[in-house]
Ligand binder design. Structure first.
Ligand code: GLV
Length: 321
């Protein structure tokens, strides 16, 4: 594999860079002063791409400059940053990093849910501002007696549900299809799930198919005691509708890890004291990000050793070379 040329589109973790540098010739696109000229010269030699969902979209037009690319290895379980359908048309395999982050994301989701309901960040600010010296922190809302709806019962959704079971709350879910081996109540529509629950946890893939799945009507159905937790993609929630629902009391509060235009977060949300806002950190521990980075490099290495991709996305199934 020593002569295999790999293109990295944006800076990635040392574990990815170091592993790939040992195994192949690594080209750093973001360091090129004239990317167009660089792609014209080096593009035809590139056989693999390392990219990341954290650094924006990999435009399908890039493929025009990489006529011999065989595989795109993307950092992150979500791969809405890559046009996988277009890659499939061109015979390019796309891989993501599923599995290794499920527990980390599920842990953070429960943390965000509790932080939102029990106002943990607000209580921390209260103490630091010296307000406890004058009065106790106001009583908070609770997870007790709530019913939690999970939008997207994939691997991470199931890890969230397992944790929720330990909190003794009702659990229901919505997804494209009912899963026969799952005991939680299934709702064929997201609005039906919202009507039946007072917490919605969104953990469905991003992309065109789920854009604004959570809209003004769903938020209305969730109701004035309702809490929205989004650890999926910002695009899944109509952010303007959410701001309006939070402002008008259509729902009670929200805990968000993702936004429509990251890293920009609407000022209206920042100004709200009754929401908890995280900077897209659900998988962001050293342990888990290293595991994800290793899988990015391992997918490329396995492919160029002729072993096939380790974790291809469903749109580009591996049918052998
Ligand atoms: C992070 O958002 C991921 O998709 O892994």
């Amino acid at each position: 594999m020593s002569r295999t040329d790999i293109l990295m589109t944006a800076p990635m973790m040392p574990i990815v860079i170091d592993t790939l540098e040992k195994a192949c010739t690594l080209h750093r696109l973001w360091e090129q002063p004239d990317q167009e000229a660089f792609l014209k010269e080096v593009g035809p030699r590139i056989r693999g791409v390392a990219t990341s969902t954290l650094y924006g979209r990999l435009e399908a037009s890039l493929f025009d400059n990489l006529p011999n690319v065989e595989i795109v290895s993307s950092f992150g379980v979500g791969y809405d940053n890559v046009d996988a359908a277009e890659a499939a048309r061109r015979g390019i395999v796309v891989t993501n990093t599923p599995g290794v982050l499920d527990d980390e994301v599920a842990d953070l989701t429960l943390g965000l849910l509790l932080a939102t309901l029990r106002k943990i960040p607000q209580a921390d600010r209260y103490l630091r501002e010296g307000k406890w010296l004058k009065a106790s922190f106001p009583l908070s809302t609770t997870l007790r007696e709530r019913k939690v709806g999970i939008v997207g019962l994939g691997r991470i959704g199931k890890a969230i549900a397992r944790r929720l079971a330990g909190f003794d709350v009702g659990i229901a879910y919505h997804g494209r299809t009912k899963q026969d081996d799952v005991a939680y109540a299934y709702h064929p529509t997201v609005i039906g799930l919202a009507e039946a629950c007072d917490v919605l946890i969104v953990i469905t893939p991003g992309g065109a198919a789920t854009r604004h799945l959570i809209d003004a009507d769903v938020l209305k159905a969730l109701g004035p005691n309702g809490v929205l937790i989004n650890v999926a993609r910002g695009t899944v929630v109509d952010e303007q509708a959410l701001i309006e629902a939070l402002r008008s009391g259509t729902i009670l509060s929200a805990g968000l890890d993702v936004y429509e235009d990251e890293p920009r977060v609407p000022q209206e949300l920042i100004d709200m004291e009754h929401v908890v806002l995280l900077p897209h950190i659900a998988s962001a521990s050293v342990h888990t990000r290293n595991a994800m980075g290793k899988l990015v490099a391992d997918n490329l290495i396995a492919w160029f050793e002729g072993k096939g991709p380790l974790t291809p996305v469903p749109e580009t199934p591996y049918k052998g070379r």
